[in-house]
Design a protein around this ligand. Structure first.
Ligand SMILES: Nc1nc2c(ncn2[C@@H]2O[C@H](COP(=O)(O)OP(=O)(O)OP(=O)(O)O)[C@@H](O)[C@H]2O)c(=O)[nH]1
Ligand SMILES: [Mg+2]
Ligand SMILES: [Zn+2]
Length: 294
């Protein structure tokens, strides 16, 4: 039997990329996953369940994930959630702190060693509920785009998505409702990439649950009425690939902002100012993914 102190100094295999790291390493030398997370996961002695939040740059991944973690730690819904390690709280602290100061958080740097990772144990508050060890990194949209264009550019993304049990694909509904093709085209690229990552047998549909989350729905509230119809109409390319390749897809609308003002930044650019946060539709996609994995 190994004790907690022994585990911390023993060399450890990264649970994301399987690279062997010396015990004192802070980040995995190969994929930059925090080693504290890996030691915590080894101590649990059960396979962690990786849920990934993916999407283009600027769709709202950081804001969404920060609020999701914050809601989980406040026991929203019928969840009981325990963050493992102070590093797991950094993302929600950063996001909530910025919004309280009426600012959006900064763009996530493309370098994987700068990303926030969260490791949570989550279960429903009911008898004999299964505990999930959830690993959720906040990836940068630009790094994801580079990886999707040229697979293996970012080993960490490929390893992570290859091990992902369920995925939240965030799409900018506000831009899509104004007729922009970029959200749909990038979504299509991402779904094609996920199709390759999750593929088991040729020709068979992918069974991993995929929640398509229509973000910034406060700009286009009709999205909340029927997210599926919204996607079919405004994100037809994504909708089609989901129909033909993914067996387990559900559509959700989400928004963090209750009211938005506009101001100028130091360089005189007009920027949105979040006047107050009113999260809506944040837990539902996550709840649905867990219900598929239970
Ligand atoms: N109106 C509205 N705007 C939002 C919402 N969520 C995010 N935004 C806007 O979208 C911008 C980008 O959000 P982020 O969470 O930083 O986006 P990201 O996907 O993490 O982007 P990268 O870090 O570049 O990958 C914010 O600065 C806001 O202007 C929302 O719920 N409503
Ligand atoms: Mg970000
Ligand atoms: Zn690694």
């Amino acid at each position: 039997m190994t004790t907690a102190t022994e585990t911390a100094i023993d060399p450890a295999y990264c649970l994301i990329c399987e690279h062997e790291n010396p015990g004192e390493a802070v980040l995995c030398a190969h994929c930059y996953a925090p080693m504290a997370l890996i030691h915590d996961a080894i101590r649990q002695n059960r396979e962690p369940c990786i849920i990934s939040v993916v999407g283009d740059s600027n769709v709202g991944k950081t804001v969404y994930l920060g609020f999701l973690l914050d809601m989980l730690s406040k026991r929203a819904g019928d969840f009981e959630a325990v963050p493992k390690g102070a590093y797991s709280i950094n993302l929600q602290q950063m996001v909530v702190g910025h919004l309280q100061s009426r600012m959006f958080p900064p763009k996530t740097p493309s370098e994987a060693d700068q990303w926030h990772w969260a490791y949570y144990q989550v279960a429903r508050r009911r008898k004999n509920a299964r505990w999930f060890d959830l690993v959720m990194p906040d990836m940068a949209g630009e790094a994801l785009a580079a990886e999707v264009e040229a697979p293996t550019t970012h080993a960490v993304i490929q390893n992570l998505l290859g091990k992902t049990a369920g995925c939240l694909v965030l799409i900018d509904a506000a831009a899509a409702s104004l007729g922009a093709a970029q959200p749909d085209l990038f979504g299509l690229k991402l779904m094609t990439y996920l199709d390759q990552m999750f593929a088991s047998k040729r020709g068979e549909k992918i069974c991993n649950p995929v929640a398509v989350v229509l973000c910034k729905a406060d700009y286009c509230p009709q999205c909340f009425d029927d997210p599926r119809v919204f996607a079919e109409t405004n994100l037809n390319r994504v909708w089609n690939i989901c129909e033909s390749r993914f067996a387990n897809v559900q559509y959700f609308a989400a928004s963090i902002i209750g009211s938005l003002g506009f101001g100028t930044d130091d360089e005189g650019n007009v920027v949105p100012v979040p006047l107050h946060a009113a999260p809506r539709g944040i837990l539902e996609p996550f709840e649905w993914i867990l219900s598929c994995l239970e």
